[in-house]
Unconditional design. Structure first.
Length: 308
């Protein structure tokens, strides 16, 4: 699973009868196919209204495209001629954040040598609005949208700078843990930004608020950790712990600076040894985390953790 909502929806990829990965929408744990006429279609996000956004390859036109889907209907995200849409997230308010890239012809794929430009769509049928880059940046990508329309992501120049864009598109570069770069990957329901910040030996999960940056990754031992999504007071992502199946990445939930390893799923036919958490929501008094568990051979299973 790649993303979930607070009302029981989740999206991700699952193998179909032909053994090929295909996009899936889960409603209260029950899967249903997301039928889009594209190769390598991959859903990126879903909102509470069941609107899914993602990317795929249009073989007929030999182009990468961004799409949205709802109630069985597939549509392309609007772009100007010559651009490709790369949506990353859709908010419950219907705002899409991601990036645009020029659709140039390259031997290694459309747009492969072009800088991404961060952008938002106020609705899935609206033209995109490019976000202003901080001084010195050549490109960037928006990965998150907050409740008030604030976007979060990264600006790329000589380094990777975590950025928040106001609802009007004005950028604010954020501090990092060790002055080495970072990226905002989520904004929780309280407006707190979260993601990762580079440290000398890897990356650490980090959160940002009005007081600055907080390194929460030190609570999950290991060289690297990253917070992917959050609900008020809770962040989830990946980390590792030497005491939990060696140094394999594990799904992690942070409550403040306290980390909790979420054990990988295991049943009679599947033995998970690692995992990742990609989304979190509050459903009444229960915190629901979604992600995946992985076996030694790399096989993955969509996984949901419920915590009270």
């Amino acid at each position: 699973m790649t993303a979930a909502t607070g009302n029981g929806l989740a999206v991700g990829l699952a193998d179909n009868a032909a053994g090929e990965s295909a996009p899936v929408l889960w409603r209260d744990g029950q899967p249903a196919p997301i039928n889009v006429p594209l190769d390598a279609a991959a859903p990126a996000s879903v909102n509470a209204a069941g609107v899914v956004v993602g990317t795929g390859y249009d073989a007929a036109n030999q182009a990468l495209v961004g799409w949205w889907w709802q109630d069985g209907q597939y549509h392309l995200l609007p772009v100007s001629p010559g651009d490709i849409a790369l949506p990353s997230v859709i908010s419950d308010n219907g705002v899409v954040a991601g990036a645009l890239v020029a659709d140039e012809e390259h031997s290694d794929g459309p747009g492969a040598d072009e800088d991404e430009r961060p952008a938002v769509w106020s609705t899935v049928t609206s033209a995109p609005r490019e976000l202003t880059l901080p001084s010195g940046a050549r490109g960037g990508h928006a990965f998150a949208v907050g409740p008030d329309g604030t976007a979060g992501g990264v600006a790329l120049g000589d380094d990777a700078t975590p950025v928040l864009w106001s609802p009007t598109g004005a950028p604010r570069a954020l501090p990092t843990v060790a002055g080495r770069g970072g990226v905002v990957l989520g904004i929780d329901s309280a407006g707190q930004a979260l993601g990762q910040s580079a440290v000398p030996q890897g990356t650490h999960a980090a959160t940002w608020d009005a007081s600055g940056v907080t390194d929460v990754g030190t609570a999950a031992a290991g060289p690297s950790s990253s917070a992917q999504a959050g609900a008020a007071g809770i962040a989830v992502g990946t980390g590792s712990s030497p005491s939990f199946r060696g140094s394999r990445p594990q799904a992690v939930m942070w409550m403040g600076k306290s980390a909790r390893i979420l054990p990988p799923g295991t049943d009679s036919q599947f033995a998970g040894v690692s995992g990742a958490a990609t989304s979190v929501s509050r459903q009444g008094a229960t915190t629901v985390v979604v992600g995946y568990s992985a076996a030694v051979d790399g096989l993955r299973r969509a996984t949901e953790w419920s915590c009270k």
